[in-house]
Structure formats: C-alpha cells, structure tokens
Design a protein around this ligand. Structure first.
Ligand code: OVP
Length: 404
C-alpha cells in the first residue's frame, strides 16, 4: 500500500459529516457505510484529519506501525505539537523501541498461562453473581446488574488495588476514551471532574497500594528484576486501570445485547457452552467496544490512489472495518457459525489488545454462568446507548430472563 515515490492520481474524497456528533455516535452504522463507500481514505473536513473505514485498509495501516505511528498519540491531539492531558501511556501511546519492554512484561502477566489459575475463581464469582441477580428477580437492568457488576467485582481485585474509591474507575475510563476525540460536548461534560478521578487512579498505581499476588504486584516485580524501570511500573499499572474496566463492561454489554436480540444464538450456546468464546469474539466484531483510534503518518504515504502527507492524523474505524461487507458476509448478524477471527476490534499488529485474554475470560465466565441457569433472554424495553467519543456502549438494557 505504500510506494517509495508517492504519487496520487485522484482528489481525495471529502466529507463534512461529524463522526463525533451525538447523532452519529448514537447510530454509527449509516455513517460508516457512507465512509466505506466514499473511498479507501476520506478527509474529515471539519477536523482536517483523514479516516479509513474499510477492512483491508484499516488492517494494513494497523500492521504498518512504522508508517502509522502511535507515539504521537492515538487521539486527535498530536503530542508533537500539543501537550497531552496526562503522561502518555507506555503501551498505547508508544512505539518500538520504547514500547517493547512494557509490552513484553504485560503480555506475560496477562497471557493465557498466567490466567489459568484465575479461570476457576472467576467462574465461581460469575456463578455467584448470577445467583445473586436471579434471586432478586428475573427482570433487571443488564448494564448495572451484570455488565458493570462483574468486571467491577473481579478486575480491581485481580489488579490488587484497594476497595476504597473504586467508584472513580468507570468515570475515569469514560473521560479518557472521550478525550481521544475532539473537545466536544462529551469532553466538556467530563472535564470538570477528571482531576479528581485521575488523582485517585494515579495514587493506586504506587507500590504501597498494591496487594500481593495480582497483576499490579507482577508489574512491580518486573521492575525489581530490571525488566522495566521503577519509573515505568506505575504507568503500566495505570494502563490496566485505564484500559481494563470500561472496555470489558461494554464488551459484556455487547455480548448480552447480541444474545437478547438473537435467540437462535442463545439456543446454540445452551446446546454447546463451548461457543461462549466464539460468542465473545463475534460480539467484539459486531459492536467493537473501542470503535476508533487515530494513528499519525511518519512520512508521505499513498493509500489506494490518494496521498496522505507526513504528520497527518488518520482515524481508524475498527467498528466499520468489522462491518465491511467486502470481508464479512451479512455483517450485522451475530452469527456463532462464522469465524470472527481476523476482526480488528482488538486492533491488529504490535498494539493488538494485550488484555484480550482477561476480557475474554471475564465475558466467557459470565456468559457461561448465565447459560447454566437461563433458558431464554429478552429485552423488555428499548435499551439506551451511552455516548462516548471512542466507546460503543449501553447506558441501560432492560432484560427479562426465563429460568431453566
Ligand atoms: C484500549 C487503552 C485505552 C486507554 C488507555 C490505555 C490503553 C493505556 O495504556 O493507558 S487500549
């Protein structure tokens, strides 16, 4: 997709639509369809940034980390010309060589081997949560009762942070994900409170706060061994608290919504509980809790027949790529018979979600617990979206289940 002598033959397709408007955030699929149809790369006139919405294009750009860097920030702000609002993440907002050591440390700590002993505990926790919810009745808000309740019950304990103040986690993440977008109504709404939330989050990353035996402790132990520096450790703990809460809440919301609206899929899962894993990845494909991230060009790059100049921001529409009919037949359908692997809901390449095994284990535990007790799931009212500049999320999801 790149050439050594950049040439571009065609004028770049341009749109004045605002992907960060309330209307598009509430219902992004029609906009994403227009974006994919407009071309491989489209100029978002309003912001002076580029956008990619097709699967092949997004995937290729994500794989080309040298041409499309992350270290200028993966939000709309270019860290080389504007100061970031918090110290950059050593993972998300870094590239090789600086990215390598933090990434290697975290991928071992959050890898499938390390999670093996957590799996039976989280399954028991999920079974217990589902029992508690069903004891209260068979009608509930699936967002608060399940999608928020389960990650908040297991993940902060797994990191090893104190109980006190955990109410800061969701609003911190919500504002952080808003802050990757422009300073619109969502950012303005969160800005007055972010100091308080960020202050608490940053304090929990200190060694003295972290309990023995969890992910946080493992990060500090890596610093003791010299795999990372002591100055890097708290920032890597911060990544867990930044990226690990809202994302899994909305992933679980996505999978619950998908099952509630695809009863055939729930019946299949009940027949074969091992489908919980594919259901999770199919829900990530379908809903992409992280909808978008930016990259920044490090030189002039030709994509298709347009030239993206050096040092431009490009918005990668992960959710749109996962709905590209050029790659996915019947993309809107939650289909447990398809192979969703290759979706870009976790990104692709060197930055691909390092926490995905944790997220998958959370979702599989909860879905498995539900499948053990619930015959059918339905919505008993219109679920409401929670708007965020980056996240695809539910605010409420009125649900009724029938026990088996
Ligand atoms: C989805 C992500 C998101 C937000 C923050 C961070 C990572 C971080 O590393 O701080 S990846």
């Amino acid at each position: 997709m790149t050439t050594s002598t950049p040439t571009a033959s065609t004028a770049i397709p341009t749109t004045d639509e605002d992907p960060f408007s309330a209307a598009v955030l509430a219902d992004p699929l029609p906009f994403q369809h227009r974006l994919r149809e407009a071309g491989e790369v489209v100029l978002l006139e309003r912001y002076g940034v580029y956008a990619m919405g097709r699967y092949d294009t997004v995937r290729a750009a994500l794989l080309d980390w040298q041409g499309f860097e992350s270290s200028a920030g993966v939000g709309i702000t270019d860290f080389r010309t504007e100061a970031p609002w918090r110290p950059p993440s050593l993972l998300l907002e870094a590239d090789p060589p600086h990215h390598d050591a933090p990434r290697a440390v975290l991928s071992r700590i959050l890898g499938p081997r390390a999670l093996r002993e957590l799996a039976p505990r989280w399954q028991a926790d999920a079974d217990r949560l589902v029992d508690e919810v069903l004891e209260q009745g068979t009608e509930f808000d699936a967002v608060t009762s399940l999608a928020e309740a389960f990650p908040l019950r297991v993940f902060p304990d797994a990191v090893g942070i104190p109980e006190e103040g955990r109410r800061h986690l969701l609003p911190y993440g919500d504002h952080l994900f808003n802050s990757f977008g422009p300073e619109n109504f969502l950012v303005q709404h969160g800005a007055p409170h972010i100091g308080e939330h960020a202050g608490w989050v940053n304090e929990q990353c200190a060694r003295e706060k972290i309990a023995d035996g969890g992910f946080g402790d493992a990060i500090w132990s890596a610093a003791d061994r010299g795999d990372i520096t002591p100055a890097q450790a708290p920032l890597i703990v911060r990544s867990l608290l930044s990226a690990g809460v809202d994302t899994t809440v909305h992933a679980i919301g996505a999978v619950l919504h998908a099952f509630a609206t695809h009863p055939d899929a729930w019946a299949m899962l009940r027949e074969d509980p091992a489908l919980a894993r594919v259901a999770f990845d199919e829900a990530i494909r379908l809903e992409a809790p992280v909808q978008t991230f930016f990259r920044t060009t490090t030189r002039d790059i030709v994509v298709g027949d347009v030239l993206i100049p050096d040092r431009r921001k490009i918005l990668m529409f992960l959710g749109s790529a996962n709905h590209d009919p050029r790659r996915w037949p019947d993309p809107q359908r939650f289909d447990l018979t398809r192979d969703p692997s290759g979706h870009v809901g976790f990104g692709m390449g060197i930055h691909q979600c390092v926490g995905q095994h944790v997220a998958r284990l959370e979702a599989v535990s909860l879905v498995t617990a539900l499948a053990r007790r619930v015959e059918s799931i339905e919505l008993i009212g219109e679920p409401e979206r929670h708007l965020n500049n980056t996240l695809r999320a539910w605010e409420t999801m009125p649900m009724r289940v029938e026990l088996s």
